[in-house]
Design a protein around this ligand. Structure first.
Ligand SMILES: [Zn+2]
Length: 201
């Protein structure tokens, strides 16, 4: 996605509709700063805002993603290019998040081990040992929590029975039996339980 080009296009179309940044922001229930961010090419609307924005600007999602008006015969080709680019973008973000999860998991485990070891080995008063151990556990629990939030949101889980891909609830992610990233969960579509693998797309 060429954010700068898209930003200019948003601005151009907004002016064509004779809307100020504030007016457009109010219609979309976002801040004026958000609109200005998009127009400067420093960000792209959330998925939920893409269609409302297109409606206000009188353009198609395809045109918004291209950052230009598209004529009839180019339309399909451009749409396909956009879908591929969007998928690559999502895939890249998912892979980044999954790597971040590993780093976060390792880091919080190291803090826990270091805290417990120092509490056991260093010459410290009892209260300091307790503080260290509590600190280690709190860091570890926070780490695990954020890992699980990433685990839930990045990519999908694939049902082995019907191959439906779904995003589980946080509760499911927390409590399902798991082996690495494979979790034993119930499929929301066919309602059967299976060992579901994490898939990026
Ligand atoms: Zn299923």
């Amino acid at each position: 996605m060429e954010l700068e080009k898209i930003g200019k296009f948003i601005k151009e179309m907004r002016k064509e509709k004779k809307l100020t940044q504030i007016e457009l922001a109010q219609k979309l229930e976002v801040s004026e700063k958000t609109i200005s961010k998009w127009e400067c090419g420093n960000g792209f609307p959330d998925t939920t805002l893409v269609l409302p924005l297109c409606k206000e600007l009188g353009v198609s999602a395809n045109e918004l993603l291209c950052g230009e008006k598209i004529s009839g015969n180019e339309y399909k080709e451009k749409a396909e290019e956009n879908i591929i680019a969007l998928n690559l973008d999502i895939e890249r973000k998912t892979k980044f998040l999954l790597t971040l999860e590993i780093v976060l998991g390792l880091f919080s485990t190291i803090i826990l081990v270091a805290a417990v070891l120092s509490a056991g080995l260093a010459l410290l008063p009892v209260w300091a040992r307790i503080v260290l151990i509590v600190f280690g556990f709190v860091c570890f629990m926070f780490g695990v929590h954020f890992c699980l939030v990433i685990e839930k949101d990045a990519g999908f889980y694939e049902c082995q029975h019907c191959h439906n891909k779904h995003v589980p609830t946080l509760k499911q992610t927390y409590f399902a039996m798991h082996f690495g990233r494979t979790r034993y969960m119930k499929c929301p579509k066919c309602k059967k339980s299976s060992w579901q693998k994490k898939v990026v797309k």
